[in-house]
Design a protein around this ligand. Structure first.
Ligand code: GLA
Length: 383
């Protein structure tokens, strides 16, 4: 994106350029709103924002990807419901900053993104985080990355109306190149775990099924409510508080008190937290190859116990493992979207081809396959 286009659009040269990435999650799915563990990595795909300050208290927003002209947002009196469509994400971030007591002024922002949308790769979080970081830097707020993430999540929860956890925003704000981010969503303590080197001789592929099932947001909210019901029935604040060693006893207790579906949601969350721990132990021990089966086990749990997979995602996992992948699982919220596949370099081509063939045979449209290179989190870039 060049400065000229921003200047043409808004009549002022941009003062700065910011970028925030999309992500995949290696393991730890639907654990974040249960205060559990996650392990995302940032993709090289980013949303970029060119920004110039305005003298008045207005935001003017423009997206190359969404098209549709400039959206004008008055900062004073800004409230949920005031802005619809893609611009609700950046407007929501401005609202969250103001609600949190930060001084921000008007700005013209032009966005440009190569994060695939509707693919479960966190294009929404990238848009939020790039806006939060840009407004923070321009306003001299000097917000910490976790504050950028929290305000972005607040924008999505309370302004856009999607009850997501903090996985995507923390990934976009805090990941570093070459690493996966091992994050405790309870208190946001985290560790950058070397991953690019761990992958020596292997690749992590992303398979975007290009299918997004309708009603995914409603189903997400229901899963969240079921987890809360499970925690309440067990008398704990969050499912994170059920230790893996006490899972059988907890499930036995739930037998008599809650619906079968809630029991299975509990089993997914508690075993998933345990799988994150196993992956971290293996990575720390230099045994990255051995995480494959843990990923595939995680997929089965999301498919059978949490019921958030889709026929296309199941097919990616089945076809890639049958063709020699070390492991595979859906990534992100589910109900369509993308899967990650861990493969030996030598098998990568054959596995990719097998997935394409399986999709063709099943009558699905061709998925998009690319490599997940662990990349940098949100940052200001030179103009
Ligand atoms: C979506 C949400 C995240 C997280 C994942 C599932 O990506 O935005 O907060 O809950 O689903 O792990």
């Amino acid at each position: 994106m060049t400065g000229t286009s921003h200047e043409e659009l808004f009549g002022a040269a941009p003062e700065g350029l910011w970028a925030a990435p999309g992500r995949v999650n290696l393991i730890g799915e639907h654990t974040d709103y249960n205060e559990g563990f996650v392990m995302p990595l940032a993709l090289p795909h980013t949303t970029r924002a060119l920004v110039s300050r305005r003298r008045d208290r207005t935001l003017r927003l423009r997206s190359r990807n969404a098209g549709g002209g400039t959206v004008t947002v008055p900062l004073d009196g800004l409230a949920p419901g005031a802005v619809e469509g893609w611009a609700a994400y950046p407007a929501g971030v401005a609202w969250a900053l103001l609600e949190d007591g930060h001084e921000i002024g008007g700005a013209d922002i032009s966005f440009d993104s190569d994060v695939p949308t509707g693919a479960g790769l966190s294009s929404s979080a990238a848009l939020e985080v790039v806006t939060a970081l840009a407004l923070s830097d321009l306003g001299g707020l000097d917000l910490a990355p976790e504050t950028v993430a929290r305000l972005s999540q607040r924008a999505e929860n309370d302004f856009v109306g999607m009850p997501c956890g903090i996985l995507d925003q923390m990934a976009s704000a805090c990941c570093t190149a070459g690493h996966v981010l091992y994050l405790d969503t309870r208190d946001l303590t985290r560790r950058q775990v070397p991953f690019a080197m761990a992958l020596e001789g292997m690749r992590l592929l992303v398979v975007d099924t290009r299918v997004k099932h309708a009603h995914a947001d409603g189903a997400y909210a229901r899963r969240r409510a079921e987890c809360e019901a499970g925690a309440a029935a067990l008398g704990v604040p969050y499912l994170r508080d059920v230790p893996f060693e006490k899972l059988d006893a907890a499930l036995a207790r739930l037998d008599r008190t809650v619906q079968e579906a809630v029991r299975r949601r509990v089993r997914h969350v508690v075993t998933e937290d345990r799988r994150v721990e196993r992956v971290i132990e293996l990575l720390d021990a230099g045994r990255a190859r051995d995480i494959g089966p843990v990923l595939t086990e995680g997929h089965a749990s999301l498919r059978d116990d949490f019921e958030v997979s889709s026929p296309e995602l199941d097919l990616v996992v089945e076809a890639s493992v049958a063709a020699g992948a070390l492991g595979a699982r859906m990534t992100g919220g589910g109900f369509g979207g993308s899967a990650v596949v861990l493969v030996d370099d030598a098998a990568a081509e054959a596995v990719g081809a097998a997935v394409l063939e399986a999709f063709d045979a099943a009558g699905h449209g061709a998925p998009r396959v690319f490599e997940a290179i662990p990349s940098a989190g949100a940052q200001r870039l030179p103009l």
